[in-house]
Design a protein around this ligand. Structure first.
Ligand SMILES: NS(=O)(=O)c1ccc(C(=O)NCc2c(F)c(F)c(F)c(F)c2F)cc1
Ligand SMILES: [Zn+2]
Length: 261
């Protein structure tokens, strides 16, 4: 929503004035340090109900691009992993840097990736909408997938998104994208880390069970350029999309569980 957007424009260090929760003990992103993670044999595999997806919107709200899913009629449902109950896919978006700077939000033993894809789900077993779930401690589950530059994404699923980006360079532009299969956006390895955290942008609600996939996806240089060249029009001026990612936050005693040894 726009009122949150202007905080993004000012940068993460200013958020605490309006959102004191920024300094609380369940904030995201974090540095996924191997010294703080431990294997949990009880963790199940992640499960997506296998479904074709219906029509989707791809728009950019002036700060990033977001793929919004219709989570009322034919939801794309995630369960398993660390989750209790069903979680409906509401939207997916990405965080990236600029030419030289890497843009992932989570980092692994201090190392960042070029970008990070977030697939945002809400707990439809307990709540009736994203807006209701987003403030609850067990309301959301976000799958984070690291993105590195390498060979073009083999599933071409990410290509469906990056090919459309030049068509939505202006703020607020929207187009349909149908037939995207979120399952294919996941890496081949099912290995993940999971921990309790928050939204990484205002209002920073501590409502997210984070599931960060260990294996990154690869995209081509051209695909990353398409992402990094997203502009938006503000008061008649073309501005490059900001993606001032929030730096890693203190773990504050939280444990990170790993689904793999
Ligand atoms: N980067 S991330 O951690 O994956 C992340 C995921 C979702 C949102 C989000 O839905 N923001 C909008 C938003 C809210 F977060 C609200 F709490 C709310 F009430 C809104 F109306 C709203 F648009 C923000 C960050
Ligand atoms: Zn995000």
């Amino acid at each position: 929503s726009f009122k949150h957007a202007r905080f993004l424009l000012r940068g993460p260090h200013t958020w605490v004035h309006q959102f004191p929760i920024a300094q609380s003990s369940r904030q995201s992103p974090v540095d996924l340090r191997s010294s703080e993670t431990h294997f949990d044999a009880k963790l199940q595999p992640l499960n997506y109900d296998d479904k074709a997806t219906s029509s989707r919107m791809l728009n950019n709200n002036g700060l990033s691009f977001k793929l919004s899913f219709d989570d009322s009629s034919d939801p794309c449902v995630l369960n398993g992993g660390p989750l209790d109950g069903d979680f409906r896919l509401n939207q997916l978006h990405m965080h990236w840097g600029c030419d030289k700077l890497p843009g992932s939000e989570h980092i692994v033993d201090g190392n960042a990736y070029a970008a990070e894809l977030h697939m945002v789900h809400w707990n439809s077993s307990k709540y009736s909408s994203m807006q209701q779930a987003v403030t609850q401690p067990d309301g959301l589950a976000v799958i984070g997938v690291f993105i590195q530059v390498g060979k073009e994404h083999e599933h071409k699923e990410l290509k469906k998104i990056t090919d459309l980006l030049p068509k939505i360079t202006n703020e607020g532009s929207k187009i349909e994208l149908s037939g995207l299969n979120p399952l294919l956006l996941l890496p081949s390895s099912t290995a993940y880390w999971t921990y309790l955290g928050s939204l990484t942008t205002p209002p920073l609600h501590e409502s997210v069970t984070w599931i960060v996939m260990k294996e990154p996806l690869s995209i081509s240089k051209q695909q990353l350029k398409a992402i990094q060249s997203l502009y938006f029009l503000r008061s008649g001026k073309y501005e490059r999309l900001l993606n001032n990612n929030r730096p890693p936050q203190p773990l504050a005693g939280r444990k990170i569980r790993a689904s793999f040894k």
